[in-house]
Ligand binder design. Sequence first.
Ligand code: ADP
Ligand code: MG
Length: 292
Amino acid sequence: ATPMSIMVGTGRGATAGVLIKNAEALEGLEKVDTVVVDKTGTLTVGKPRVVSITTAEGQDEAELLRLAASLERGSEHPLAAAIVAAAKERGLTLSEATDFRSLTGHGVIGLVDGHPVAIGTLKLLAELGIDAGSFQDQAESRRLEGETAVFVAVDQRVTGFLGLADPIKESAVAAVQALHADGLRVVMLTGDSRTTAQAVAKKLGLDDVQAEVLPEQKGEAIKRLQAEGRVVAMAGDGINDAPALAQAQVGIAMGTGTDVAMESAAVTLIKGDLRGIERARKLSRVTMRNIR
Ligand code: ADP
Ligand code: MG
């Protein structure tokens, strides 16, 4: 097919622009029956904030945050950035962490002030042989509100957890409605916990949720849908979304996301506005009709 680059509606004020790399993508959009959407940074703003700190009786909230932020300084994850920002807002003095390791999709571990510290999911703690105890129930009630619970363990014991909230993009609500009105299935794909993912999905009225999916499994999740006969468009923003974007019939990157995502996708939503998907489909229909 002829290579082409089409800009859709960039000049129209509030409605965001769409960049389509090639004719295959334009053609593919018309055939799509399922839109798979990453949660963090795609359906949500992607700027989480620490909204709660839960510690054991008598434990110091600020110290928990300080230790967590000291270690998270080494991570590039949006949750890590939020934890470091929260510590800075409180004027806490961070320590140098050593032996830092990032465990993709799980969290981070390392030494802070000579103590082993682990930060991340319940699964990470379980793999380290640490029991979250009564914190698990408390975390679950935050997850029901759509928050992500990040556990903190020091010296192999959980000292508490941070609740992080990432608001849903205003444009995402209308985008999902438009896709539904066009008869498409909208499915969330995320590494976050099932409860958190379901809380967000419920607010948006999504058709299905695949949660606790590790980065290397995201592409496989798309393959499974395709094996069921689905024609899939995948929208995502992260490095961890790249294999899924490449696997989908149409990969859609957020212009607000990583370069790797944009390189892996044939379509870019310049301002990260998901309403662009439906607009591009409309354009696809008109264009294909004119070609035929
Ligand atoms: P998503 O698909 O939502 O972008 P990821 O695969 O990046 O999720 O991460 C999955 C989960 O692993 C996160 O929801 C979080 O609980 C945990 N996690 C990953 N990285 C970190 C980190 N640096 N600090 C704390 N938790 C983390
Ligand atoms: Mg993301």
